[in-house]
Design a protein. Structure first.
Lengths: 306, 458
C-alpha cells in the first residue's frame, strides 16, 4: 500500500516534470511551427483546394473534386516529362554521385596536393547561381561561335549540335552535374571526416591499402550520407526547372512548355492561365517525389541491415 | 516507432482540415466580385466633369516598361498639376500581364493605367477588365490615328486603349550582299524573292534571310500581309480560328520550299547565333517591324552603311500590303477610382503634340499618329547606318498599307507558346511545315474548346 502510494507519487512528479519539459519544448518550437504552418502547410492545403476546381476562361469556376488529379495521371505531357526526368535520374545521378564520392575519397586519402584549394575548386560551381550557370553553359553550347564549336572546327570536325533534340538532355545533365558534384562531395567529405580513426588504423594494421579501405571501411561508414545525397538528387531531378526554362530561350523548339513536370506546372499556371490544373500537376508531382524518395530510403535501409 | 511517426501526421491532417475550411470560407468573396463586373453605365462625360476631375488632386498608377516615359509624364503633370502619375515598371512582356492579372484577381493593388500590346487587348476584354474609353470621349481622337492601328484597339461600340506605337513590317537588307548576288535592290514580289534566295545562296553563300522558328509574331505578320486572317473574336464566347486556312497554306507552302531547299536560315531569333548571323552576313536580310532599324543598328554596328530599308516583297505588286509586328497602347482598367483622369491621361499621352513627338524622335517608338508620321522632322531623318537613307519615310509609307482586318484571340499567350512546339519545331527541323501548321491549328482549337469557347473553324 505504502509502496504503491510512493510509486504513484513518484510517477506523478515525473509526469508533471515531463509535462513541464514538453511545454518548454513546444514553446521553443513555436516559431518554427508557426512558420511551418504559414509557409508550408497553408499553401499546400490551398493548392490542394485549388486543384479541386476547374476554371475556364469562359464559364468560370466549377467544383470537380479529384477529376483534375485523376486526369494528370493520363496526361501525355505530364507523363512524357516524368519519363524524361526518369531517364535523367537514372543516367545523371549515378555519374554525379560517383564523381562526388571519388573526389571526396581522394581528398580524404590525404594524397592530394593543395587539398583545401581543390576542395574549394570543386565546390565553387555550386556557389554560382543556377541561372548564371545555365546562361554560361548556354553560351558554351552555341552551335556556331561557342568555344566548343570552335574547338571542333579547329581540328576539322563538324561540331555536334548540343542544343538539338538528341543531345539537349545530355547537355542539361552536364550542367547539373557540373553544378552539384561539389555540393554532394562536401556532404560525403564531411561524413568521411567523422569515421573513427581506430577503424582506419585497424584496417591499416590488417594490411588494407587505400582502395581496400575505401571499399570496405569508408563507403559503408558513410552510407547514410550517400543516401542523403541520393534523396536530394531525387528531389532535385524531378523538380528540374531553371535549366530547361533558360535553355528553352536558345532552343525554343526543342524544349517545349512541358519538358519537365515542374516547367509544365509553371506554364499551365502562367501561360495557359489555369492555376487549378497546375495545382493538380504540382500535387501529383509532389506525391511522386515523396514516393520515390521513400522507396530509395527503404531500399537503402534494407541494405544496411542486410 | 509507429506511434511516434503517426502523431505528427495526425496533427497535420487535423490542421489541414481546419485550413481547408478557413480557405474555403475566405475564397468565396473574390469570386462574387469577379463574376459580375458592372456594366459600363457611366454617362458620356461632359467638359465640366472633365474640368472638375482634372483639377481635383488625384493619383494615377501607371504600369509601363517604356524607357524614359517619365519625361512625357512630367509634361502631363506640368499641364495638370493636380494629377500625380506614378510610373512603375513591373517587368516587360509576360511578367507585366501576369502581375496585372494577379492584381485584378486580388481585387486591389493594380494599376489604373497600363501599357498594353495589341495582341493582349482582347484577353483583358474577355475578363471585363478594361474601361470603355468611348464613354470618355476617345471618339474625339480617333481621326488623329492611322486607321489600321485604331482598329486594333476598338470595335463599333468600344475603344479599349489609345495606340502609342506600332510595328509595320518591312525589309532591312544588306545592299552589298544583294549586289554581289547580282540583285538590284530588294525584290518587289515574293516570286522574285524566291529566285533571289537562290542567287544569294549560290553567289555569296549567305541565306537571303532567316525564317525564325520561334517567332509567332513575325510569322503572323506575314499571314497578316497576305490577308490570311486566321483569328476572330466576338468579344464574349465565340472564337474563329483558321490558322490553316487556304491563304495561310499558300504562304506556308511558299516558305516550305525555301526552308527545305536550305535557302533560308531557321535559327531562333534574338539568340547569340542569330545576332552573329545578322552581324556577319549569314543572313542578308531581315523582315522586321519599324522598331527593327534602330535595334539592328545596335546589334550589328560593324556593318554600318551596308544596310538599306525597303517594303516587304509583295504577293500582288499592284496592291501593296503589309502586316504589323509589335507596338503597344495605353489602356485604362475598369476598376480604376479615377476613370476620367485616367482616360484623359491615356489620351493626352498619345495625342499631345509634344509628347508624341518626344516618343517618336527621342525614344524612337514608331508613331501611330498621322500627323507625326507625316511630319518632316520625322520622315526626313537620315540614318548613316542605312547609307543616309530616310528609313522612317520608308516605314511610314509601309504603315499606310497595313490591312485593318487582322484580329487577335483572347488567348494570345497560348497561341504564341504553341507555335514553338508545332510549326516552329517543323521549321527548326526543316520538316513538314504544312503538317506543323495543322498541328498548331489543332492544338489551339483544343485549348480554346477546353477553355469553354465556342470555336468556329473555317
Amino acid at each position: 500500500m505504502t509502496i504503491s502510494a510512493q510509486k504513484a507519487a513518484q510517477q506523478g512528479r515525473r509526469t508533471s516534470l515531463a509535462r513541464g519539459r514538453s511545454r518548454t519544448a513546444y514553446l521553443l518550437l513555436t516559431p518554427f511551427i508557426l512558420v511551418f504552418l504559414a509557409m508550408l502547410v497553408v499553401p499546400l492545403v490551398y493548392s490542394g483546394y485549388l486543384s479541386m476546381f476547374k476554371r475556364t476562361l469562359v464559364g468560370g469556376e466549377t467544383f470537380v473534386g479529384l477529376q483534375n488529379i485523376i486526369s494528370v495521371f493520363t496526361d501525355q505531357r505530364f507523363l512524357e516529362g516524368v519519363g524524361r526526368m526518369t531517364v535523367f535520374f537514372v543516367v545523371q545521378v549515378p555519374i554525379m554521385l560517383g564523381l562526388a564520392l571519388f573526389i571526396a575519397l581522394a581528398l580524404d586519402s590525404g594524397r592530394v596536393r593543395a587539398a583545401r584549394a581543390s576542395r574549394l575548386a570543386v565546390f565553387i560551381p555550386y556557389a554560382v547561381p543556377g541561372v548564371v550557370a545555365t546562361l554560361m553553359w548556354g553560351y558554351l553550347y552555341g552551335p556556331d561561335f561557342s568555344p566548343i564549336a570552335q574547338a571542333f572546327k579547329a581540328v576539322g570536325l563538324t561540331p555536334p549540335d548540343l542544343l538539338s533534340s538528341n543531345l539537349i538532355l545530355a547537355s542539361m545533365m552536364n550542367i547539373v552535374t557540373w553544378e552539384f558534384v561539389g555540393y554532394n562531395m562536401i556532404i560525403m567529405f564531411a561524413a568521411l571526416r567523422t569515421i573513427p580513426l581506430e577503424s582506419l588504423e585497424a584496417a591499416q594494421i590488417d594490411g588494407a591499402g587505400q582502395i581496400r579501405t575505401a571499399l570496405s571501411i569508408k563507403i559503408p561508414a558513410i552510407r547514410q550520407a550517400i543516401m542523403l545525397t541520393l534523396i536530394f538528387s531525387v528531389i532535385g531531378t524531378f523538380q528540374l526547372f531553371n535549366e530547361p526554362s533558360l535553355l528553352s530561350k536558345i532552343a525554343p523548339n526543342v524544349i517545349g512548355t512541358s519538358y519537365t513536370p515542374n516547367l509544365y506546372a509553371y506554364s499551365l499556371a502562367f501561360v495557359n492561365q489555369d492555376p487549378n490544373y497546375a495545382a493538380a500537376v504540382a500535387f501529383v508531382l509532389g506525391a511522386l517525389i515523396m514516393t520515390v524518395s521513400y522507396v530509395v530510403q527503404l531500399r537503402g535501409r534494407r541494405k544496411v541491415s542486410a | 516507432m509507429s506511434t511516434r511517426t503517426n502523431k505528427p501526421i495526425r496533427a497535420i491532417a487535423a490542421l489541414t482540415a481546419v485550413g481547408a475550411l478557413t480557405l474555403a470560407a475566405c475564397s468565396s468573396d473574390p469570386d462574387t466580385e469577379n463574376s459580375s463586373p458592372e456594366p459600363v453605365t457611366s454617362p458620356a462625360v461632359d467638359d465640366a466633369a472633365i474640368a472638375e476631375a482634372m483639377s481635383t488632386p488625384t493619383t494615377i498608377d501607371f504600369w509601363t516598361w517604356v524607357p524614359d516615359i517619365q519625361n512625357e509624364v512630367d509634361l502631363f503633370e506640368a499641364e495638370y498639376p493636380d494629377i500625380t502619375v506614378n510610373v512603375q515598371n513591373v517587368g516587360q512582356g509576360g511578367e507585366h500581364y501576369t502581375k496585372v492579372r494577379t492584381a485584378l484577381e486580388a481585387g486591389d493593388g493594380g494599376p489604373d493605367v497600363m501599357q498594353m500590346e495589341y495582341q493582349y487587348v482582347s484577353s483583358f476584354v474577355l475578363t471585363n477588365s478594361l474601361l470603355n474609353l468611348k464613354e470618355y470621349g476617345a471618339d474625339g481622337v480617333q481621326d488623329q490615328f492611322v486607321p489600321w492601328v485604331w482598329s486594333q484597339v476598338s470595335d463599333d461600340a468600344h475603344v479599349w486603349a489609345i495606340p502609342q506605337d506600332s510595328g509595320p513590317v518591312g525589309t532591312l537588307y544588306r545592299e552589298d550582299i544583294f549586289a554581289e548576288a547580282g540583285l538590284d535592290g530588294s525584290p518587289e514580289t515574293w516570286a522574285e524573292f524566291a529566285s533571289a534566295a537562290q542567287q544569294v545562296k549560290e553567289e555569296t553563300g549567305s541565306y537571303i534571310t532567316n525564317f525564325a522558328s520561334n517567332e509567332p509574331g513575325a510569322f503572323l505578320s506575314l499571314l497578316w500581309q497576305a490577308g490570311a486572317s486566321p483569328f476572330s473574336f466576338d468579344g464574349s464566347e465565340t472564337l474563329g480560328i483558321s490558322l490553316n486556312n487556304d491563304r495561310s497554306k499558300e504562304v506556308v507552302a511558299y516558305w516550305q520550299d525555301l526552308v527545305q531547299n536550305d535557302l533560308v536560315g531557321v535559327d531562333p531569333d534574338f539568340t547569340d547565333t542569330w545576332y552573329q548571323g545578322l552581324a556577319n552576313g549569314t543572313y542578308a536580310s531581315w523582315q522586321t517591324a519599324a522598331w527593327g532599324p534602330l535595334f539592328l543598328q545596335g546589334t550589328a554596328a560593324d556593318t554600318s552603311g551596308l544596310w538599306r530599308a525597303a517594303p516587304l516583297p509583295q504577293w500582288d505588286a499592284s496592291a501593296p500590303s503589309a502586316g504589323n509586328w509589335g507596338g503597344s497602347s495605353t489602356a485604362v482598367l475598369a476598376n480604376t477610382d479615377a476613370p476620367i483622369a485616367a482616360s484623359e491621361f491615356a489620351k493626352w499621352l498619345n495625342t499631345n503634340a509634344e509628347s508624341t513627338e518626344m516618343f517618336a524622335n527621342e525614344q524612337f517608338l514608331f508613331p501611330t499618329r498621322t500627323e507625326i508620321l507625316e511630319s518632316p522632322e520625322f520622315t526626313s531623318d537620315e540614318l548613316e547606318f542605312y547609307g543616309g537613307q530616310r528609313v522612317n519615310e520608308v516605314f511610314a509609307e509601309i504603315s499606310a498599307t497595313v490591312d485593318s482586318d487582322f484580329q487577335w484571340l483572347p488567348i494570345a499567350d497560348y497561341v504564341f507558346g504553341s507555335f514553338n512546339e508545332t510549326i516552329g519545331a517543323a521549321i527548326a527541323e526543316r520538316g513538314d511545315l504544312l503538317a506543323g501548321l495543322d498541328e498548331w491549328q489543332a492544338d489551339v482549337v483544343e485549348y480554346a474548346t477546353a477553355q469553354g469557347f465556342t470555336v468556329v473553324e473555317s
